[in-house]
Design a protein around this ligand. Structure first.
Ligand SMILES: C[S@@+](CC[C@H](N)C(=O)[O-])C[C@H]1O[C@@H](n2cnc3c(N)ncnc32)[C@H](O)[C@@H]1O
Length: 391
């Protein structure tokens, strides 16, 4: 579906999050439908929250999810497969919940279970209602630090993925004090003891990276996930992170689709922040300034810098990994997942780099099928040329 940026004026962070969901969910649901008989979407903090799209609710996480679930269900019905699709939507605020109840009438093809009250109180029951054979995607998108321990029955499900919003700005501001015991609880509920000492003395991007990894790895380990990459959502007018979206998956394919969706979300973030800064400047300058330039221009946005740096680091990691594999090399299917785990690059972009290195003679790719082939198959063996060349 097309996300309408006009619905996100003044809450551009939600645009980034929703752009990600809008890209990620159809791919996930499509893949799940080909292998499972049931898909369950759980929105623990459903809203609607500051929605501006009127009765369509196109600018809410549940609206985006239910739209894609409906489309995939109809698609699979037309192929003769009746996939059960359910959505558990939890909202504590009574007036938001009343809107939520009205909104779900728009999605008659999905079994929707709206639940009023705290997600912490509902999570275990929801998990017990999902059969082991079903695949679930859980969105945990609070405004502060909920009791994450209460969500574990959902996060620990075997066939599952999740997106967890970690309120980085809160964590960063208060990590050295006792002001937010909830943060302490959050990390210690996930077994991360001694995190204060790890953060102490760090500042700037080092501190950001450390807090991010502590939060993501605590979730990854507790839920026995293989991957926990993170999207950084920045404040709109300040070059600082607001929150971190931690993605949890057990599948390399999930990681691949995550990076594709992240690329679109970061692109959207760079454009939205740059435009907001230009608008702010225009409002405060008598001459007016409709286009961001200099440090506010899209290529200089923090998201654009992340992509550039990631690409450089990924190329280095690619070379180092193939070099370590020596003269027998390694197959592409084992090469790309650890690189995508560490860096914000897509599999397609990395595959094209491999092809360029092959054409330049720096990588050997025995049995490369044709010059029209752009990206290796997972079974393609890749060997660093200098590992086999005579010395
Ligand atoms: C950030 S908004 C969610 C936005 C929504 N996920 C989206 O992207 O469109 C958080 C929502 O969670 C609700 N909420 C806060 N604490 C909650 C809790 N403990 N359990 C359930 N809902 C809660 C708030 O009323 C609010 O509507």
């Amino acid at each position: 579906m097309a996300i309408d940026s006009a619905h996100y004026i003044g809450r551009e962070q939600a645009l980034v999050k929703h752009t990600f969901l809008d890209r990620y969910l159809p791919s996930l649901i499509g893949k799940v439908c080909s292998r499972y008989d049931e898909f369950v979407y759980v929105d623990g903090f459903a809203g609607p929250w500051q929605s501006a799209a009127g009765e369509s609710f196109d600018d809410t996480s549940f609206g985006i999810a239910l739209t894609h679930m409906t489309a995939q269900r109809l698609l699979y019905l037309s192929k003769g497969r009746n996939i059960r699709m359910r959505a558990f939507l939890v909202e504590k605020d009574p007036s938001s919940f009343a809107q939520l109840e009205r909104a779900i009438a728009r999605f008659p093809k999905i079994e929707i279970i709206p639940l009023n009250g705290l997600m912490e109180a509902h999570a275990a029951r929801i998990a017990s209602c999902i059969p082991q054979s079903a695949f679930s995607f859980t969105l945990i998108d609070p405004k502060g630090f909920p009791d994450i321990g209460a969500m574990l029955p959902l996060l620990k499900r075997e066939h599952a993925e999740a997106l967890v919003n970690f309120m980085f700005d809160f964590a960063n501001r208060f990590a050295g004090t006792d002001l937010i015991p909830a943060l302490e609880d959050w990390l210690s509920a996930l077994g991360s003891v001694g995190w204060r000492q790890e953060v102490e003395g760090l500042s700037g991007s080092e501190r950001e990276r450390k807090l991010e990894r502590l939060a993501a790895e605590a979730l990854q380990i507790t839920g026995a996930y293989s991957f926990s990459p993170v999207i950084t959502v920045d404040k709109v007018l300040h070059n600082r992170p607001l929150y971190k979206l931690i993605f949890l998956s057990r599948h390399a394919e999930g990681l691949k689709v995550f990076r594709d969706s992240e690329a679109k979300a970061l692109d959207t973030q760079a454009t939205a922040r740059s435009a907001s800064k230009a608008k702010k400047r225009a409002e405060s300058s008598p001459i007016g300034d409709l286009f961001a330039d200099g440090e506010d221009a899209v290529p200089n946005d923090r998201s654009s810098q992340v992509i550039r740096q990631s690409r450089q680091d990924a190329i280095r990691a690619l070379g180092a990994q193939i070099m370590t594999a020596g003269s027998s090399g390694m197959v592409w299917g084992n090469l790309w997942p650890p690189i995508l785990e560490d860096f914000s690059v897509t599999r397609s972009w990395l595959g094209h780099q491999v092809n360029d290195m092959r054409k330049a003679g720096r990588i050997l790719a025995p049995g490369w099928p044709s010059e029209r082939k752009q990206i290796p198959e997972d079974s393609q063996r890749l060997i660093l040329a200098q590992a086999v060349s005579p010395t």
